[in-house]
Design a protein around this ligand. Structure first.
Ligand code: PLP
Length: 402
């Protein structure tokens, strides 16, 4: 039988199964104590005060940006992000009511090119949204320095980078907030799901309200629907005497709650996160080492000083002088049972959804180059040494025959 080397994996352990059974037997599946436990454990993992679990990673970014807009009460806000990222980063900005402003990326690490950010800042700029793409930390020192000088907020899109480290700090903890995805293809998963982390209590309170339609009450009991009859604010809402704050809405919010079954999956995975990252890193560096003789054909992603990557996938970008193109190699690998995906594409010039912004091909040369020549393979924790050797052998076979 042919091997199947997948991009992602899902490990559902006995603890998740036990919790899921308990939840099913309890009859209580909407956001409750297990979502609260996931939030507590994800906050503790990051050593931050607050975590707000939501329905998807896209919602995590959307609600984080919407909370920034609400905090600063800004009209016509612009948010700066890399041109090369998964489409959700840009969609989240639009969904939050802001304008995405794109910046080209580096060819060597796929991250936002920080030397190009300042040129894009205008009086409307509210925040920077670095994306730690593929699990590689963006250059946060420079990003935070720019943010400080121009008085901008920083939200980190860490959807693909759980546990990645920038100068001894976990990504997602460096700006006002970090947004994560727990989608199935990601480092840890709840099936669908996401989370926002922050140390800013006002921000957390806004995000909790926006997650639940913009409701006025954000106290932790009510937010979790645990026991509404004991809400200390019920019928004593300080702003409007006589109103029940659970049915009184201060903002135009979203409907984005995580449910208990999803949380049950996440709780076990957070406990395994460091082990998962270690295995992914081992796989990643093994592939880098075994493919180092092919560097004249491919850009290999190297870990720079100051960062510890948390590999989501194994990216390869074909160099200009290579005698083959992306289509040739990905068709070959797929035929051999090795899944591949393109590295997303440059959103403003290669994704039709953003044509309305009138950018021209050539405006973002590196993002466009990667968008045409970059692809990735799986590097997940359930790949064996034999799987990795099979990938290495097939890439060499392909290069030899071309
Ligand atoms: C960089 C980035 N941001 C946001 C998201 C959105 O996450 P979700 O798929 O959970 O909505 C993704 C999803 O893959 C992503 O890669």
């Amino acid at each position: 039988m042919q091997k199947k080397i997948t991009i992602g994996t899902t490990s559902i352990g006995s603890k998740s199964k036990k919790l899921i059974n308990e939840i099913l037997n309890s009859g209580r599946i909407s956001m409750g104590k297990y979502v609260a436990q996931l939030e507590k454990e994800f906050a503790q993992y990051h050593k931050v005060k607050e975590c707000i679990a939501v329905a998807t990673g896209t919602d995590a970014v959307t609600i984080a940006i919407a909370s920034c807009i609400n905090l600063n009460n800004q009209k016509s806000p612009e948010i700066i992000l890399p041109a090369l990222t998964f489409i959700a980063s840009a969609n989240a900005i639009v969904n939050a009511g802001a304008k995405p402003i794109f910046v080209d990326v580096n060819l060597d690490d796929y991250q936002i090119d920080v030397t190009r950010i300042e040129k894009k800042i205008t009086p409307q700029t509210l925040a920077l949204l670095p994306v730690h793409l593929l699990g590689y930390p963006a250059d946060m020192d420079t990003i935070l320095d720019i943010a400080k000088r121009y008085n901008l907020l920083v939200v980190e899109d860490a959807a693909e980078a759980h546990g990645a480290i920038y100068k001894n700090k976990k990504v997602g903890t460096l700006g006002i907030a970090g947004a994560f995805s727990f989608y199935v293809a990601h480092i840890i998963t709840t099936g669908e799901g996401g989370a926002i982390i922050t140390n800013n209590e006002e921000f957390a309170s806004l995000a909790r309200s926006l997650r639940a339609h913009g409701r006025a009450c954000k106290c932790k009991k009510c937010v979790l629907n645990i026991s509404s009859q004991y809400c200390p604010l019920r019928f004593k809402y300080e702003k409007e005497e006589g109103f029940d704050p659970r049915f009184y809405f201060e903002h135009i919010g979203y409907s984005s709650k995580m449910n208990e079954l999803e949380a049950a999956l996440g709780i076990e995975q957070i406990e395994s996160l460091d082990r998962i990252i270690d295995k992914r890193r081992k796989n990643f560096f093994y592939l880098n080492q075994q493919l180092s003789d092919l560097e004249e054909y491919f850009h290999l992603l190297k870990e720079k000083e100051k960062v510890k990557i948390s590999p989501l996938v194994y990216p390869l970008t074909i160099r200009k002088n290579a005698p083959f193109n992306r289509q040739d190699i990905t068709i070959y690998l797929e035929k051999k049972g090795i899944e591949t995906r393109p590295i997303f594409g440059c959103i403003p010039t290669q994704q039709p959804a953003y044509r309305f912004m009138n950018h021209k091909l050539g405006d973002f040369p590196n993002a466009e180059y990667i968008g045409e020549n970059g692809f990735y393979l799986g590097v997940h924790q359930n790949l064996t040494k034999q799987d990795l050797d099979y990938i290495v052998e097939e890439i060499h076979n392909f290069v030899r025959s071309n």
